[in-house]
Write a protein that binds this ligand. Structure first.
Ligand SMILES: Cc1ncc(COP(=O)(O)O)c(C=O)c1O
Length: 372
């Protein structure tokens, strides 16, 4: 195993466990800042780790703008000292009132959220104005993923005008997320993203010609991070999330991003050897994200040639010709395929520094509600 991941005192770690490597996280943050062209062009998404401590490491690196998907994550960010929080999610219904309560509770933090529909804008406006509060609203632009957002064009201009004249709301700019651009080659990712980016720039120009402020363009996740990093301009903000921890999924697919290293592993133990060729680990899908198909949710390190034959809630069963090498209690490490939902399965993470468990961090924003 790569010596950077070795741990001297695994006896203190209850399995299955999620382990964060602090030095590698710091390294990844440095690389993110460098790739972005400076901390002011970065707005990292905290959904990957959901911890105050990684947010503080990013603040220490000069990164003041942050992004999240939930009200709980927004509260965690503000509580950790972030002064500029974007809830990159179209808030609707009672969550609009929660945004107003956040604005009230954290007066030193400016909050923004997304909208992509006239009704959503009205709900946000009513909630904020009736609470006597104000928040910036970014128009969510659909650049081909068709998950949320509105296509650039006249209807988008009309919505932005609605934001501008709505009590309690301030036009906050444009939000562009292109999670469908997963081409392996960075040149192909760029070729897919650029025509849409041109449309977004045209929309921005239409809005500014009408006298509407467009203070920022928030662009992309990890795969298109290098693409949008090339876009000049002070009001460009890049919003990758995953690369602060990295995972097997992105690590194998996007080789151009491998200067950012895996910083999160799972520690598991052998619990049984039910047949001469089978080994069972305590690593079920309640400890690792199960959105990848069964058998592709993790990579076991330093386990001889094997095939995953079963994964239940708390069990991972492999078929392995060399199964006899394993005894109950043996430790193995696994790299998760998708780290973001994996983090959310763990209440706490073990944090390793210099080969030892140095701290425990709460994955505080895995909860849907903190105080608001
Ligand atoms: C709106 C939004 N922005 C940014 C990100 C971060 O993307 P990535 O996980 O590729 O870093 C995501 C990921 O889901 C997202 O949904």
């Amino acid at each position: 195993m790569d010596p950077r991941y070795a741990i001297r005192d695994t006896g203190s770690i209850f399995s299955p466990a999620l382990i964060f490597y602090k030095d590698i996280i710091r390294h990844n943050i440095r690389r993110m800042v460098e790739r972005a062209g400076g901390p002011s062009r970065l707005r990292p998404h905290c959904k990957t780790h959901k911890t105050r401590e990684i947010v503080r490491l990013q603040l220490d690196a000069g990164v003041t703008k942050h992004k999240c998907a939930t009200i709980a994550e927004a509260e965690m960010l503000a509580d950790a000292g972030v002064t500029d929080v974007l809830v990159a999610y179209p808030l609707v219904g009672p969550n609009c009132g929660r945004l107003a309560r956040l604005v009230h509770k954290f007066p030193r933090t400016s909050f923004a959220a997304l909208a992509d529909h006239a009704v959503g804008i009205r709900q946000l406006s009513e909630a904020l104005a009736s609470a006597g509060q104000r928040a910036a609203i970014l128009l969510d632009i659909d650049v081909g993923q068709h998950r949320t957002g509105i296509a650039p064009g006249d209807a988008a201009v009309a919505l932005y005008e609605q934001i501008a004249r709505s009590p309690g709301l301030t036009p906050g700019g444009l939000h562009v997320y292109d999670g469908h651009n997963h081409q392996e080659s960075v040149a192909e990712r760029a070729a897919a993203a650029r025509p849409f980016l041109d449309q977004v720039m045209t929309l921005r120009d239409m809005l500014t010609k009408k006298g509407l402020p467009v203070p920022r363009l928030v662009l992309g996740g990890t795969p298109t991070f290098p693409v949008y990093a090339d876009v000049p301009g002070a009001n460009i903000e890049l919003s990758p999330g995953t690369c602060v921890l990295n995972d097997h999924g992105y690590g194998t697919k996007f080789r151009d991003l491998n200067d950012m290293q895996p910083a999160a592993l799972l520690l598991t133990r052998v619990i049984s050897r039910p047949t001469p060729t089978r080994v069972t680990f305590d690593l079920g899908y309640k400890a690792v994200a199960s959105d990848p198909p069964a058998g592709k949710r993790l990579v076991l390190w330093d386990v001889p040639a094997h095939e995953t034959v079963l994964q239940n809630e708390e069990h991972l069963v492999i078929e392995c010709a060399e199964a006899e090498r394993f005894q109950p209690g043996d430790v193995a490490f696994a790299l998760p395929t998708h780290i973001c939902p994996t983090s959310a399965l763990h209440k706490q993470v073990y944090v390793v520094e210099n080969g030892r468990v140095a701290e425990m961090w709460d994955v505080i924003a895995r909860d849907r509600m903190l105080t608001i």
